[in-house]
Ligand binder design. Sequence first.
Ligand code: S3P
Length: 180
Amino acid sequence: MQIIDEAKNIVLVGLMGSGKSAIGRTIAKKLGRRFIDTDRYIERKIGKTTAEVFEQDGESKFRAFEKEVIKKISQYIGIVIATGGGVIKDPENFHYLKKSGWIIALYASPATLYKRIEGKRIRPLLLNEEDPVKKLEEIFNERKTMYTQADFQIDTEGKEIDQIADEIVNLLNASSRINS
Ligand code: S3P
């Protein structure tokens, strides 16, 4: 597979559980591109999990690390980036990512999102929440105006990772053709 515009980054945004990392990794493999997951990148740099940063240093410190990382990796060329779900809350982050390439927003219902992340890596924003599905819905409502500013909107409900990755690559190829 190839993509016409090789310099542009492919940036995945969406709520936790929307599939950013798995889909991003698959797209990167298909296109022979480097893949960066911003949460894992932060964790490697500071030697703590995101959950530990939230607990020990607070969310604002995590957002500051996140912002530094976004600024840095949006200078890279031709890579695939899976962001943390809250990256787009900061308009400057959105601006940097937008300048670096295509932004693709991934969606699924709150119930599906929760089913995908339940029992997996700790998501600090859902910790001790009595109704995590409702909380996901609230977070989505807070962020939806940012997610909808992405270049492409992809519904992931009921689809396989590989199928979604192909859908995105095809969309980007079609859009590169139209704009070239
Ligand atoms: C967050 C999502 C998490 C992680 C942090 C905050 C959010 O990433 O960055 O816990 O604000 O939605 P995932 O979207 O990969 O779970």
